[in-house]
Design a protein around this ligand. Structure first.
Ligand SMILES: Nc1ncnc2c1ncn2[C@@H]1O[C@H](COP(=O)(O)OP(=O)(O)OP(=O)(O)O)[C@@H](O)[C@H]1O
Length: 311
């Protein structure tokens, strides 16, 4: 799938005094799920709207398969997008909504039933969409995104409103869409979900990229050799580790947290000093930890600017 690349380069956009995008730059490669995360107001939706040609940037460009969205001859066959699951006619059945979309893009009606089947809506497709739950609307929106069998899929907060079974289903779907060679860009606040399904994560704040890396790399970086140690002699352990240039903090009567020495090194230092211990565990950060570390400055900035605004 040669068309399956999203390229966002140097996007800048203001809404009056608000800087929504401030040099946003990243690429989504074919065959990968890329998570797009950041605090409220970080610029995720605006970026997605620019990629889809719904907003024009003041500077920079967004390309899909090398072209701006507006120059794609059959957009739904290049890019499938879930942006606003509520945007449908409530009086129309789910199936008719999809038929109408397929017709507008010159697609065969057979695509509609294939998409309905893939999102698990066969039982509800002939009911009016106005009566759908948010999770069912999301499924309908996802079916619409897949209608044209596009090489690029973009979903803004697709987990919203999904029940646990829906979340598991969607995780599997996103993985299989990437395994088919598509570029999949997913914005979400649910970092735990992204940890299991994303290959890469683009973390954004204040309209620009704070981190763009593989999930494993980010988690390893955030774990920073932190080791947790259970011992009946925490003070002795902290002294021995401190002598070996580790930063050891006694966290409770039986626990010491160690920074700067890997688990194997901690074991060797304690054995050498004759300090007893019952457990040494390497701490593995979660994607949530990574996110909080990267965006903590951003949150403070927002809190400060909100205070400014209230003055
Ligand atoms: N149409 C608009 N008019 C004015 N300001 C806007 C408009 N759209 C977005 N903004 C502002 O631009 C900034 C970026 O908003 P955007 O919706 O892209 O962020 P987001 O990361 O998607 O946030 P959220 O997670 O809350 O959806 C925010 O400060 C927002 O208030």
């Amino acid at each position: 799938m040669n068309d399956a690349t999203i390229e966002v380069s140097g996007l800048r956009k203001r809404f009056g005094p608000t800087v929504a995008l401030d040099g946003m730059t990243f690429t989504v490669a074919p065959g990968t799920v890329t998570g797009f995360v950041g605090p409220n107001g970080a610029g995720k939706s605006t970026t997605i709207r620019v990629i889809l040609g719904l907003d024009a940037p003041d500077e920079g460009h967004a390309l899909v398969g090398g072209k701006p969205y507006g120059q794609l001859s059959h957009p739904l066959r290049h890019v499938g997008a879930l942006v606003d699951a509520a945007a449908l006619q409530p009086g129309r059945t789910g199936r008719n909504h999809l038929l109408w979309l397929a017709h507008s893009q010159g697609m065969a009606a057979g695509r509609v039933d294939a998409a309905i089947g893939r999102v698990g809506l066969a039982g509800a497709a002939r009911r009016k969409a106005g009566g759908y739950s948010l999770g069912m609307r999301q499924r309908l929106g996802i079916a619409a995104a897949m209608l044209g069998d596009p090489p690029v899929i973009i979903m803004d907060e697709p987990f919203n409103g999904m029940d646990p079974e829906g979340i598991i289903w969607l995780r599997g779907l996103l993985r299989s869409l990437a395994a088919e060679g598509r570029a999949v860009l997913v914005s979400s606040h649910l970092m735990g979900e992204l940890q299991d399904i994303a290959d890469r994560v683009v973390v954004v704040g204040r309209g620009r990229v704070l981190a763009d890396a593989g999930v494993d790399e980010l988690v390893t970086r955030a774990s920073r050799d932190q080791v947790r140690l259970r011992t009946s002699a925490p003070a002795d352990a902290a002294t021995a580790l401190g002598r070996a240039a580790a930063t050891a903090t006694v966290t409770d009567a039986h626990t010491v947290t160690v920074l700067g020495v890997a688990a194997q090194g901690v074991v060797e230092i304690l054995n050498g000093a004759g300090v007893p211990f019952s457990e040494v565990t390497a701490h593995r950060a979660t994607l949530e930890d990574v996110y909080l570390q990267l965006t903590s400055g951003e949150t403070e900035y927002q809190a400060a600017s909100n205070r400014e605004a209230r003055r």
